[in-house]
Design a binder for this molecule. Structure first.
Ligand code: HEC
Ligand code: HEC
Length: 305
């Protein structure tokens, strides 16, 4: 299983390298830390549509997860409920109950559900990458599976539904999303005609971020040991668990619901784009920063503190 995973990871990496190679000139330019580099880089090429499935290069899973949407995943899960319950302690139906399935053994447990030999023969765990393959085409993943479901062809639908599964009792940290590589791929994409819907994170400037942070200071201190105010003190928040510690700050249940994850560039970018979208019901009554460069800059500033 690990070997297979490594092979796939290897090919994925190779694909990324090949894409970078194709556009080496432009990515070289965009990545270089030169004063004339564009102020905005690595943005979403929202609306870029590539005709024909063959032309569509899949956005890497880490990125689809980082930019995915649990709520949309819940909606997509409607396609699964004919056969699956997901509530804790829910009954097995045509398919097994799926509570806390992410990270669990493939075709294991599930209250004695009678799995097919095909799925039982897989071994390994339902890691994010395995689920992504399974949900693309169950029959291709486990020939002879009992899951008579065609699969979800849209990669973002799969990522969203995996995020939803993960939020039901598993709450595993998401795989690391390399924003720099994604930014380069996004910069390369218009030339290569690939990676539709890429949302990448711009490179930030901590000095400019300090200026942006003025918008946060009504509610947040950032100095080490600074007091909690309306919001928690933010010293060293990058790399920390979401809604954890912070001198006993009373987080909302909404943000605590995300506490399996970490504050990294991807999660902060999503949070600061729209706090109430990231965690519906959050206490952070701040509309969000619509400018991606401002988000990147303030994230760089948070990192430096
Ligand atoms: C038509 C019924 C049906 C639909 C629709 C369906 N499944 Fe399944 N699912 C099954 C069956 C049956 C199995 C057991 C497969 C086997 O043993 O080969 C299964 C197994 C699984 C497993 C493996 C569980 C484990 O513990 O190993 C996962 C995960 C899963 N389904 C997720 C989904 C998701 C997510 C969807 C919707 C996008 C979905 N399924 C739609 C019937 C279905
Ligand atoms: C109007 C007050 C307010 C403003 C303005 C504000 N925040 Fe917050 N912030 C909060 C509150 C309240 C929370 C706790 C949210 C919860 O528990 O749901 C929070 C939580 C956070 C967290 C999560 C901390 C953790 O440990 O999980 C981060 C990161 C954060 N804010 C960053 C920022 C940044 C950066 C800005 C400015 C761009 C900002 N906030 C602007 C009130 C504010």
């Amino acid at each position: 299983m690990d070997d297979r995973f490594n092979t796939i990871a290897g090919w994925t990496l190779f694909g990324g390298i090949a894409a970078l190679g194709l556009a080496s000139l432009s990515s070289h330019y965009f990545l270089a830390d030169k004063p004339e580099r564009p102020e905005k880089m690595g943005y979403a090429i929202a609306g870029v549509e590539v005709e024909g499935a063959a032309a569509v290069k899949e956005v890497p899973l880490e990125q689809r997860l980082a930019t995915g949407d649990v709520k949309k995943g819940e909606a997509t899960f409607a396609k699964c409920t004919a056969c699956h319950s997901i509530a804790n302690g829910g009954a097995n139906g045509i398919g097994p109950n799926l509570w806390a399935v992410v990270g669990e053994g493939i075709a294991q447990g599930r209250g004695g559900y009678a799995f097919s030999d095909s799925l039982k023969g897989k071994g390994g765990k339902w890691q994010f990458a395995e689920l992504d393959k399974w949900l693309t085409n169950p029959k291709a993943y486990a020939e002879g599976t009992k899951m008579s479901f065609a699969g979800l062809t849209d990669g973002q639908d799969r990522a969203n539904v995996i995020l939803y599964l993960n939020a039901q009792g598993s709450n595993l940290p998401l795989p690391k999303f390399d924003a720099a590589a994604a930014a380069a791929a996004a910069a390369a994409a218009p030339a290569a005609g690939a990676a539709p819907g890429v949302v990448a994170i711009a490179a930030g400037d901590a000095k400019k971020g300090e200026g942006v942070f003025a918008k946060c200071m009504a509610c947040h201190t950032i100095a080490k040991g600074g007091a909690n105010g309306i919001g928690p003190n933010l010293s060293g928040v990058v790399g920390e668990g979401i809604a954890s510690g912070r001198g006993g700050y009373a987080f909302s249940d909404a943000l605590k619901g995300k506490s399996g994850g970490k504050w990294d560039e991807a999660t902060l970018n999503e949070w600061l784009t729209s706090p109430s979208k990231f965690a519906a019901g959050t206490k952070m009554t701040f509309a969000g920063l619509t400018d991606a460069q401002q988000r990147a800059d303030v994230i760089a500033y948070l990192k430096a503190n």
